[in-house]
Design a protein around this ligand. Structure first.
Ligand code: DOR
Ligand code: ZN
Length: 348
């Protein structure tokens, strides 16, 4: 049995860092494990311009712990009014991607896209400038069952969009279904997908185990076991089209534990441990490094990291609560036992 894993330092290709005291509470967790992260722009108000993204980047860098060598990779929030000029400015400023939230699909998506055709000028500019399009892939049509929203999005939005913009590089974020895994695997090299640790570890039964479990509620929502199995196969397949994106999304515990609870699972505290658990259970620990450390950087055209980190097989218990400004943050699976533990930078 393997007791220790040494990996090229990984990156998180989908992360919510929030702002202010929340940012200061969560950033050390990500900066400890990852070299870089794609920072989601769904703040309030959203990060819709290059100027806002650069100001947010400065706040993140200032909030990083002393000595951290963490690099935030910034994104813009796509709206019906995003101008082609803004895309050019974004590329010149080193912004790497633009996030599509269908309006109303998830947390802070009210300013999102109401009709994909309204974004065509911006998408055209992104295709030209080489910015990636990151997609929250769910339709918002209330007539579509919540569990089918990702599959319907492929058919109604993603597939037509990829035909209209064949050279646009697209990341289908946090995929949750067999439909999405198959669609991405069959597509050309311009389409890739991120997969979260929680969608690899849990199916939708986790939401209802012994009662309603708000800390397992995220969007897209957990699906049935056949879908989890398909995601595991994709993540451990060795295909460079699938890579790590935690979608770690902190909300104060009381905002998840109320009548209308917020969507989002907080996994950054033990992100690599959770992924290692999923890959270990699938007998595929040898595939973790490609998924966590290589394929995302390759898709974004960025260098792979040079330093290495160590994970050790060690039993420990995830804390149930963490400080979060004047509130409390409840990590996903708090109180549960994990069998891998992040042990820091490799010394040799
Ligand atoms: O569960 C989610 N939480 N899904 C999202 O798409 C957004 C995120 C958040 O920002 O809380
Ligand atoms: Zn997200």
């Amino acid at each position: 049995m393997v007791d220790s894993l040494t990996l090229t330092r990984p990156d998180d290709w989908h992360l919510h860092l929030r702002d202010g005291v929340a940012l200061r509470a969560v950033l050390p967790h990500t900066a400890r494990q990852f070299a870089r992260a794609i920072v989601m722009p769904n703040l309030q108000p959203p990060v819709t311009t290059t100027a806002l993204a650069l100001a947010y980047k400065r706040r993140i860098v200032e909030a990083a712990p002393d000595g951290a060598r963490f690099e935030p990779l910034m994104t813009l929030y796509l709206t019906d009014r995003t101008a082609p000029d803004e895309i050019r400015r974004a590329r010149e400023a080193g912004i790497v991607a633009v996030k599509l939230y269908p309006a109303g699909a998830t947390t802070n998506s009210d300013a999102g896209v109401t009709d994909i055709r309204k974004t065509f000028a911006a998408l055209e500019a992104m295709q030209r400038e080489g910015l990636r399009l990151l997609v929250h892939g769910e339709v918002t049509d209330p007539a579509v069952d919540v569990f089918d929203r990702e599959a319907v999005f492929i058919e109604r939005v993603l597939d037509p969009l990829r035909r209209d913009f064949p050279a646009l590089k697209v990341v289908f974020e946090h995929i949750t279904t067999q439909d999405a895994a198959q669609y991405v695997a069959a597509a050309g090299a311009n389409l890739a997908a991120t997969i979260t640790a929680h969608h690899l570890l849990y199916n939708r039964n986790a939401l209802f185990k012994g009662g309603l479990r708000p800390h397992w509620y995220c969007l897209p929502v957990l699906k049935r076991e056949t879908h989890r199995q398909a995601l595991l196969r994709a993540a451990t397949s060795g295909s460079p089209k699938f890579f790590l994106g935690t979608d770690s999304a902190p909300h104060a515990a009381h905002l998840k534990e109320q009548a209308c609870g917020c969507a989002g699972c907080y996994t950054a505290l033990a992100a690599l441990e959770l992924y290692a658990q999923a890959f270990d259970e699938a007998g595929a620990l040898d595939r973790l490094e490609g998924f966590a450390s290589f394929f995302g950087a390759d898709f974004y055209g960025l260098p792979r990291n040079a330093d290495r980190i160590v994970l050790k097989r060690e039993t420990w218990t995830l804390p149930e609560a963490l400080p979060f400004g004047e509130h409390v943050l409840a990590p996903l699976a708090g109180g549960e036992t994990l069998s891998w533990r992040f042990a820091g930078e490799a010394t040799s």
